[in-house]
Design a protein around this ligand. Sequence first.
Ligand SMILES: [Zn+2]
Length: 173
Amino acid sequence: MALVITNGEYYVVPNKKGGINKTNDITEAQVFSNVNTAAEKLKKHKGYLKEYYVWDTEGETMQPKRIRIKRKHFSQEVRKLLYQQAEGKCALCGKKITFDEMELDHIIPISMGGADEVENLQVCCMPDNRYKANILPTDFFNRISDIFLYQMDKKYKDDIRWKYCRGMIMELL
Ligand SMILES: [Zn+2]
């Protein structure tokens, strides 16, 4: 395996200061033989290496392939602490959940540059975690609002109380 980190145009090359630079000459590119080492480097410099991925230059298809960065496994203690802080409630729907039902959601998804750290985690129920998937909190809010309005419109479209409420809600959104 000959792995390089690239965005399809530039390649990562080590510099003398122990950091990294970018080059468009593939012969200068740093070659990794281990996926995890390359993924770690990518993660360490993920600000500088946005849009970069690990590419196996000896891969059969010669197509860049994205490699999943291994996620941290948070300890039971960390999970318990987060559960306590959340008072056992899902951060998205507010429903009480048991410790066993709890899932941890990355507030800013890892796929969008969010950190795999405790500060970026929130307690979530399983259906909401599946539903939120890889979207930002603001996009989630907008989507839920759209769904709410659409469903209420469908159900109460001729109800004057809903028309009144809708007007007030629209002022907030
Ligand atoms: Zn929930």
